[in-house]
Design a binder for this molecule. Structure first.
Ligand code: FEO
Length: 405
């Protein structure tokens, strides 16, 4: 059975939802699934904008076949060739071998590397600013390299003001029949997954996202719909979501508050972290607390993009800091997180060393990050007589949060 949604008079969503794949890119958990969005334009020419993952290709073909109703597929536009979109191309070309592919040159190279299209498939290379007309509708292509692969282009359809934005503005989560963001409580139910998608998939490439946003600014109010490759289509409040992207890509925090992440083997560090969270809450500081051992690092990274302050509480382990805490810090470095203020708590039963090493990582490996010098050290557990140290740390953090707000 086909499953489609009308986007505009001539444009249809023909993609698919995936609720079976446990890990996106085999790394990031997607318990709510993910959508692979494809769009079909029925004009004087018929145009498929992007494909889907291999696992969803039969549904894409069925949807397109239903809407074409016997017409041929003339063009396939490929904004991005990562296999969650490119792998389904093979099935589409099996069904409509005469379709002409329009993509960047890098995308053509990738489709050959992956083997997604036969060498004899007809291809057109799209370049920056190039316009293609399909009848009543025309699209202009804009390069968006490294948002988040080098092949990426977006295209703007001028009649209805549709931006086909590739992975930009993507979100984790299957759509469950609700294609448009105004059919969802997006700020409440989806923003967290949008942030987790952005921070982990695109987060490293803030300057490249800024370059793309500058091109969107030039569209001067003509932009009416955002059609990304994952997640809902935006037909209202576009500026709200674009502002999120602007903030994230500048590495500016959304909230002036504390992300408190602890790594605890036997509960001593956890108890100290909880005491700090309590002291911060009593001072009116919004604080979110996570166990580094049981929270996926993609969630911690998303929270790092949200919060202005990060407190790391870690045991000493093999004279280093806790391995999952190292994973978290390495991910922060890899994704280019910058401009945060850190504070540290450390634990060690005979030789606490984690704090100094974490502080060296923050100052040496992360860009433009500040360190509060009120480190709390505990041996196995935080003792009652150290209450003053804990209060001093909470006070320093609260003062810093309020100063930056
Ligand atoms: Fe959704 Fe970069 O692929």
């Amino acid at each position: 059975m086909h499953c489609i949604r009308k986007v505009t008079d001539d444009l249809w969503w023909v993609g698919a939802n995936d609720r079976r794949t446990p890990l996106f890119e085999n790394v990031h958990p997607i318990p709510r699934g993910v959508s692979y969005n494809s769009y079909l334009l029925l004009d004087e020419k018929t145009v498929l904008f992007d494909c889907v993952d291999w696992s969803a290709a039969p549904r894409l073909v069925e949807n397109v076949e239903h809407l074409l109703n016997g017409r041929e597929l003339d063009y396939i536009v490929l904004h991005h060739l990562e296999p969650d979109h490119g792998a389904g191309l093979w099935a589409v070309l099996q069904r409509w071998p005469g379709a002409t592919l329009i993509s960047s040159l890098a995308a053509q190279r990738f489709m050959d590397q992956f083997g997604f299209a036969p060498i004899q498939a007809q291809r057109i290379t799209a370049k920056e600013g190039e316009r293609f007309s399909f009848g009543r509708h025309a699209v202009t292509f804009y390069a968006a390299p490294m948002v988040h692969w080098p092949d990426v282009m977006v295209s703007f359809e001028e009649t209805d003001g549709v931006l086909f934005s590739a992975d930009a503005f993507g979100v984790f989560g299957a759509l469950n029949g609700k294609l448009f963001q105004d059919e969802l409580d997006f700020p409440h139910d989806w923003l967290g997954e949008a942030r987790r998608y952005y921070a982990n998939i695109v987060g490293k490439y803030g300057p490249q996202v800024q370059a793309l946003l500058a091109k969107l600014t030039a569209l001067e109010g003509r932009l009416k719909l955002l059609c990304p490759l994952h997640g809902p289509v935006w037909r209202s409040d576009l500026d709200w979501f674009i502002e999120k992207y602007d903030r994230w890509s500048k590495y500016q925090p959304e909230d002036h508050g504390v992300l408190l992440v602890y790594g605890s083997m036997y509960g001593g560090t956890e108890a100290a972290a909880e005491a700090l969270a309590t002291a911060l809450t009593e001072r009116g500081v919004e604080t979110s607390m996570y166990d580094v051992s049981t929270t996926h690092v993609s969630q911690l990274i998303a929270e790092s993009f949200r919060c202005s302050h990060i407190v790391l509480a870690s045991v000493t382990y093999n004279m280093d800091f806790y391995p999952p805490m190292r994973d978290f810090l390495e991910d922060m470095r890899a994704l280019g997180l910058k401009g945060r203020t850190f504070a540290v708590m450390e634990n060690g039963t005979w030789n606490p060393a984690a704090g100094k090493l974490i502080e060296a990582f923050v100052t040496g490996q992360l860009e433009d990050c500040a360190l509060l010098e009120s480190r709390v050290t505990m041996k196995s557990t935080l003792k009652g007589e150290q209450a003053g140290e804990l209060e001093a740390l909470a006070e320093a953090i609260a003062h810093s949060v309020k100063r930056e707000a």
